[in-house]
Design a protein around this ligand. Structure first.
Ligand SMILES: [Zn+2]
Ligand SMILES: [Zn+2]
Length: 218
């Protein structure tokens, strides 16, 4: 399912979007939900604004931003920190609903693309569990995404390299890229497995999309 973009100035684009989720050991679960928001393919793409939740490490965030600048020309690490949305907290699992963070980030969109970084476990509801641990979440083509540095199963931090790949994957979704069949592409659907260590970059097709959409420079 692909989002159809009907963006008009002054009017909201109403889109049915695929919610794309990185699952426990990668990306695999999908669910659909109504989502209405200004699409990134409209007028409002702007810059890439990076927000930190809670006490996410600033030095790590700076390292991530530096890497993101290889793909997205205008990256800004935003001042201050965001509080994790209380309404998304699941106390008996000590984790946060990914969609609650995405909905929270909508407030900061303002025509830009928004990435939230957290070191809390995030989760989604799927056929396996109502609080299934995931590492990243985005609404396709929404300009909104979240990535978590924590592997839900072990509670341990991902390697920096995998965290960067995960973040690029989520940003790909946020800018409109669906999953890609190329197993070496950052946009691979990990299908409950950890595939990021084997990915090497955005494949030719995904790179071409990002260029043609005006996201990455030629
Ligand atoms: Zn994905
Ligand atoms: Zn690809």
């Amino acid at each position: 399912m692909k989002a159809t973009v009907r963006h008009k100035r002054g009017a909201k684009a109403w889109l049915l979007l695929l919610v794309v989720l990185i699952l426990n050991a990668g990306c695999g679960g999908k669910s659909t939900e109504e989502y209405s928001e200004e699409s990134v393919n409209g007028n409002g793409r702007g810059k890439l604004c990076v927000y930190l939740y809670g006490d996410f490490s600033e030095s790590k965030a700076k390292m991530i931003c530096k890497e993101l600048k290889n793909y997205f020309p205008e990256v800004e690490l935003m001042e201050g920190r965001l509080a994790l949305p209380e309404e998304g907290y699941v106390p008996n699992r000590n984790r946060y609903r990914g969609t609650a963070l995405l909905n929270d980030l909508k407030k900061y969109r303002n025509g830009n693309v928004v990435l939230g970084l957290t070191d809390k476990v995030i989760c989604t509801s799927n056929e396996i569990s109502s609080t299934f641990g995931i590492m990243g979440v985005s609404y396709l083509n929404s300009g909104l995404c979240v990535s978590s540095s924590i592997i839900p199963k072990s509670g341990k931090k991902q390697t920096d390299e995998n965290f960067i790949k995960l973040t690029l994957h989520e940003l790909g979704h946020a800018y409109g890229l669906p999953h890609c069949p190329d197993q070496k592409c950052y946009m691979v659907d990990a299908e409950h497995r950890m595939k990021f260590p084997h990915t090497t970059g955005f494949c030719e097709k995904c790179s071409a999309y990002l260029k043609s959409a005006g996201v990455t420079p030629d």
